[in-house]
Design a protein around this ligand. Structure first.
Ligand code: SF4
Length: 283
């Protein structure tokens, strides 16, 4: 398939609901599993609900605003700041209805304002009028070949040259070297998905950071080309996931991520491999 003729269909992947962890693998599932298998089990397999943090709430609503804007650019809709902010406000309200937000003492109105400032900054930046043609928005891709589980991903934006773009809402100015390291699995997964969808080598992945600082900044990072080592590494980690999940090998991994974990009560009851029993005891 020619790169420029590739058709990327929009779709969604709701990973907030419980589901069969062997039905497919995504970058988000893999990262969660590798960070702490037990937390992955509670969150992604059992679907135990935890209140959203303000950062997650703002990030999801900003994402909805960007989605509206890019879809409008692609399909010829209303790209005005007013329409984009309206999409953001609507998503913010709908997310609150879907699940509680733990504002952690933060002011709700300030949180809403933060997201609006971030979106305003993006809309006023050069990136909002990127001259490259849009090939897909929320592009849903699935690859089955050569992997133990189907690989699924939804790419925020695909630009001319088969360039995958992902938006990140972040608290402070990003340290780009760290971000490239942190996001390697996701961008390598996108590379594999794009390769499969187009039959061609994808362009270098791009990350766009929207900082939630008082004066928000918009920073674009072009990542180095994906290497064969990164592809082999991703495939090996997917093997680790498929093997661990098949055996229901879910155990705690105490570390930095415990600071933000909402499942400490359940985790504290875990005393061996019988994870389901431990959950029942904690309930
Ligand atoms: S508290 Fe820490 S070890 Fe326990 S489930 Fe959460 S992240 Fe994992």
């Amino acid at each position: 398939m020619s790169a420029q003729a590739a058709v990327f269909h929009s779709g969604s992947l709701d990973e907030s609901k419980p589901g069969d962890p062997l039905a497919y693998i995504s970058a988000s599932r893999l990262k969660s599993f590798l960070t702490c298998r037990l937390r992955f089990f509670y969150e992604k397999v059992l679907g135990l609900k935890a209140p959203a943090s303000p950062a997650l709430q703002i990030g999801k609503a900003v994402h909805a605003g960007l989605q509206h804007f890019n879809l409008a650019r692609w399909r010829g809709g209303d790209t005005s700041p007013a329409a984009t902010l309206q999409a953001y406000d609507k998503a913010y309200g709908e997310l609150e209805v879907q699940g509680p937000v733990d504002y952690e003492g933060k002011d709700r109105t300030e949180c809403i304002d933060t997201g609006q400032r971030v979106l305003d900054a993006y809309l006023g930046s050069d990136l909002a009028s990127d001259p490259r043609r849009i090939l897909g928005v929320e592009a849903y891709l699935r690859r089955e070949e050569g992997l133990p589980l189907p690989l699924v991903g939804v790419l925020d934006l695909v630009l001319e040259g088969n360039v995958p773009v992902d938006f990140k809402t972040v608290a402070s100015t990003p340290v780009l070297e760290d971000e490239a390291w942190q996001n390697e699995l996701q961008l390598t997964a996108y590379h594999l998905l794009m390769q499969d969808a187009t039959g061609e080598e994808p362009g270098q992945g791009e990350l766009v950071y929207l900082t939630k600082t008082k004066a928000p900044k918009i920073v674009k990072q072009v990542l180095p080309p994906v290497t064969q080592v990164q592809i082999d590494r991703l495939k090996a980690l997917i093997d680790v996931y498929a093997d661990g999940v098949s055996r229901e090998d879910y155990h705690p991994s105490p570390g930095m991520s415990c600071r933000w974990c909402s499942y400490r009560t359940q985790c504290a009851a875990w005393a061996g491999s019988k994870v389901r029993k431990a959950v029942g005891m904690a309930a």
